[in-house]
Design a protein around this ligand. Structure first.
Ligand code: ADP
Ligand code: MG
Ligand code: MG
Length: 876
């Protein structure tokens, strides 16, 4: 049977998102609910993947189906493409499964040509409207289909406005627009070398292909990588009859949310422009009016729109983000989707919906994007400092959070300064999709133009970056990289602070404070904890980190890296003596100086954890990371050791390795210098005994983790040293203490022989940073140099060090868990690589049966939520 590549809106519904894309599925759903939707059809995402399979060609079958549906659409609407009496004009709109705002392109008013525009102009008695549609169409079509570039057209418009002495597009007359349309076509011809197409069907096929092609444009690729959207999904294309918001002052277009996307407050929130079309509202060219004013301008349509909002929220059980147009007072719905929102709003909306009886707790937990929480876990302005500061200006609080940094004026500069380790605030007249990478590199974004739904605002909210938009008081001089506000001129590099909640802008630096879990955040996290089975621990090396992580809900330490403890001034000297020692006795003497420090550190950790598990990893990095490089330090070390400077330098150079990542490190250190493991064991056990004495009710069971094991015999060798030392310590203290010895799983061979390793190891903890590195055979410090080429060529879609490679590294983990449990059924398993805080990776860990994930303190709440969502999903 022939595959169906095209669906009328009346043939689809909301469950067909994979096939029809989000926009198409929701247009179909709204059609079914009986809302006023201009009719049309959707070309499926499968047609898009087929287009790429066919070498970027729309094959005959798909073309024929599109033609057939044009006929159907013509009979449904009673209008005809290119008709002299009743011409059909359509929009061609992209729409992937997951919304990718602003990433791909839309063409409006398709179907126009010289003849049709004259007919329309005459019949409507509104030539301004007809020519406005035509010039917009030529502009969008050229930009999207032929990639001619917006800039040329905008320059022509600006020139025309200057000539006519007007500032707004709406002030241009029909004749002006007609002249512009002529100029646009000439521009097109000079760039493309062909006349602008006049056959509507040819225009349509060109537009559909352009949308397919836009799936692969660079900014869409970056967006997908940031948002876990697979390239293989493809985009659908929606062809929809136009509704006209630009026919005069009884027309308009707008966007609105059923609840505030920044705060979550209930109540309609949005913006509206009269006599406007399409992107005018979001482009930031004219400043739109608040949606409430629509009540005066279009009382009937506004009343109906409010009813539509209620219907949609009730139907989707979530906050909706809608696009609509009013044509001569009549309302048309053009889009609805579950609205993007800040983390704060997401939490409030989820709680409110539960309180309103719209959803249950499980649904509330499931509807929050864990990655979004990140913004709440980052510092906010210190309230006192903020109160004391006087804002020098105010814009719209478009995306909450606090940002403080040096002003930069272009996306490129934001990138460059960020690469140098500077914190920056990007200040622009308005942003555009080309600015995405620069926006990502910034702490915050400040724009002169644009409202709450401007590009800057929408993208910033999506990225969780603080944004203040539409500060019209700024006198901007982009060319000379400076602006003036509140009587003061700021140059590139000057510090400013912006508050994305209030919209306030401050001169200089305002200190920030850490965030906390309270209110709605606390409610959601408590619900998440009810549903999850995976434990969440933290990677913490200091009592301060451990304490922070506990506040954020960590249930233990999954990884304490002991080497960081050696770097402090008093200790590093003793450690260097240890490295340069000639005999075991000398080495032991140096270690004995370190022991009390380590023991003290561990005691503080046990105190901070209050009886929750603490997993301490023994010394891991190669010793040459600790040796001195400064002449003065080398001389001091020589003196302390009674050696010559020459001797010390020889020792240092003897430690040189060609490939330190694969060199003398991890448990190999303990095999060559067992006294290091002995000292660390003594420190762990003595600390545990002491803290237990002070807190007999705490269940302290030290977990000692041997790094970089690849062979069971080396594991056994080191474990024997640990056990002998630990048992002697416990016996000497007359204490009763249980402890465990396990290993980090970070060498592929350990995973392959996990059944053997488990004869010795009492737990496994997957160190997926090294495991990824060793499985792929490239280092994470060097991968940056070539990964971009791999992304461009679609060999990898994302960084395996950020997102767990489930097919390769994940397969090793899965196998190791299975083999380990065969040998030791009660072996406990966790993960402590970077991936422990990545929601998709957390879900994988849940599914392969790990007991816990361990991540950096600020990712703990993200992991808790992701773990709950994994459990909810798996139970379905
Ligand atoms: P995006 O995904 O970037 O929002 P859309 O496909 O939603 O792009 O189109 C952008 C804007 O174009 C819409 O918000 C709407 O205002 C306008 N538009 C799209 N299709 C139509 C149509 N059939 N009639 C009137 N306006 C339309
Ligand atoms: Mg668009
Ligand atoms: Mg849209």
């Amino acid at each position: 049977m022939q595959k169906k590549y095209v669906y009328l809106f009346s043939e689809g519904n909301a469950t067909m998102r994979e096939l029809l894309g989000g926009k198409g599925a929701n247009l179909a759903e709204m059609t079914h609910i009986g809302l006023p939707v201009p009719q049309g059809f959707t070309v499926t995402t499968e047609a898009c993947t087929q287009y790429y399979e066919d070498g970027r060609k729309i094959n005959d079958d798909i073309q024929a189906q599109i033609m057939e549906y044009i006929d159907k659409m013509e009979s449904i609407t009673g209008k005809k493409f290119g008709d002299k009496n009743n011409p059909l004009l359509v929009s061609v709109r992209s729409g992937a499964r997951a919304s990718m705002p602003g990433m791909m392109d839309t063409i409006l008013n398709l179907g126009l040509n010289e003849e049709v525009v004259e007919v329309m102009s005459e019949m409507s008695g509104n030539p301004r409207w007809a020519w406005d549609c035509y010039r917009r169409f030529i502009q969008m079509y050229s930009d999207v289909v032929m990639e001619v570039g917006k800039k040329y057209f905008e320059e022509l418009i600006d020139k025309m406005k200057a000539e006519k002495g007007v500032t707004q597009d709406v002030d241009l007359t029909a004749d002006d627009l007609k002249t512009l349309a002529g100029q646009f076509k000439a521009e097109y011809k000079s760039k493309i070398g062909q006349d602008f197409p006049s056959d509507p069907k040819e225009q349509l096929m060109g537009a559909v292909e352009a949308v397919f092609r836009s799936w692969d444009n660079p900014r869409a690729n970056v967006y997908r990588r940031d948002n876990d959207i697979p390239y293989s999904w493809g985009t659908a294309v929606n062809v929809q009859m136009m509704a006209f918001g630009n026919m005069g002052d009884d027309c308009g277009t707008g966007v609105a949310f059923t609840r505030d996307p920044a705060t979550g407050e209930p109540g309609l929130m949005g913006e509206f422009l009269t006599n406007a079309q399409g992107e005018d509202v979001v482009a930031g060219v004219r400043t739109p009016m608040p949606i409430a004013e629509m009540a005066d301008k279009f009382p009937e349509a506004f009343k109906q729109f409010n009813e539509v909002c209620a219907t949609l929220e009730d139907h989707y059980r979530d906050m909706q983000d809608m696009e609509f147009t009013v044509e001569h007072g009549k309302l048309f719905m053009l889009q609805t989707r579950n609205g993007k929102r800040t983390a704060k709003a997401a939490l409030k909306i989820a709680c409110d919906l539960v309180d309103e009886g719209m959803i249950d707790k499980k649904q509330a937990v499931a509807m929050i994007d864990p990655r979004n929480l990140d913004t709440l876990l980052h510092p906010q302005f210190d309230t006192k400092a903020l109160k004391a500061a006087t804002p020098m200006g105010k814009g719209l609080g478009a995306s909450p959070g606090a940002a403080c940094g040096r002003a930069v004026f272009t996306a490129e500069d934001a990138d460059a300064w960020n690469a140098r380790g500077e914190k920056v605030v990007l200040v622009r007249l308005e942003t555009s999709p080309e600015d995405i990478t620069g926006m990502k590199a910034s702490q915050g974004i400040l724009t002169v133009r644009g409202g709450m739904t401007s590009h800057a605002a929408v993208v910033a909210r999506g990225m969780g970056t603080c944004c203040v938009s539409g500060c019209g008081d700024i006198i901007m001089d982009e060319a000379n990289k400076k602006f003036t506000l509140g009587g003061k001129t700021f140059h590139e590099g000057d510090y400013i602070s912006i508050d994305g909640s209030t919209g306030n802008i401050y001169d200089g630096i305002i200190p920030t404070v850490d965030a906390e879990i309270a209110g709605e955040f606390g409610r959601i996290m408590a619900w998440a904890d009810e549903f999850r089975t995976l434990k969440v621990r933290t990677n913490a090396d200091t009592p301060a980190d451990a304490k922070k992580a506990r506040e954020l809900g960590a249930e233990g330490i999954g990884l304490c890296r002991t080497e960081h403890m050696f770097f402090e001034a008093e200790r590093i000297a003793a450690f260097r003596e240890m490295i340069c020692a000639d005999t075991v006795e000398e080495r032991e003497a140096a270690l004995a100086k370190i022991l009390p420090y380590q023991q003290g550190d561990f005691e503080k950790l046990y105190e901070a954890l209050e009886g929750n598990p603490v997993c301490i990893r023994f010394l891991d990095p190669p010793l040459h990371e600790f040796v001195p490089t400064e002449e003065a330090d080398i001389a001091a070390l020589a003196k302390a050791q009674g050696k010559t400077v020459e001797d010390i330098k020889n020792i240092i150079s003897s430690l040189h390795e060609f490939n330190p990542m694969m060199g003398h490190r991890g448990c190999r250190l303990a095999v060559t210098y067992p006294e290091i493991a002995k000292m660390q064991t003594a420190a762990v056990i003595r600390a545990a005994i002491n803290v237990k004495k002070a807190h007999p009710d705490w269940n302290i069971v030290p977990e000692i983790m041997i790094p970089l094991t690849g062979e069971v015999k080396e594991m056994k060798y080191v474990k024997d040293v640990v056990v002998a030392t630990a048992d002697a310590e416990i016996a000497a203290a007359g204490a009763d203490l249980k402890y465990e010895v396990g290993t980090m799983m970070e060498i592929p061979r350990a995973c392959l022989t996990a059944d053997e390793i488990a004869t010795e190891a009492e737990f496994f903890c997957f160190g997926t940073n090294d495991l990824t590195q060793m499985t792929f055979g490239f280092s994470r410090d060097d991968a940056g140099k070539f990964l971009t080429a791999y992304y461009d060529k679609k060999i990898y879609e994302n960084d395996p060090f950020a997102k767990l490679d489930q097919n390769g590294v994940g397969k090793l983990m899965k196998m190791a868990v299975k083999l380990g449990k065969e040998t030791r059924p009660n072996i406990h398993c966790g993960i402590c690589g970077e991936h422990g805080g990545d929601p998709v990776s957390v879900e994988f860990c849940h599914n392969i049966g790990l007991d816990y994930v361990s991540c950096s303190p600020f990712r703990v709440p993200i992991a808790r939520l992701a773990a709950a969502q994994a459990a909810i999903k798996a139970s379905k």
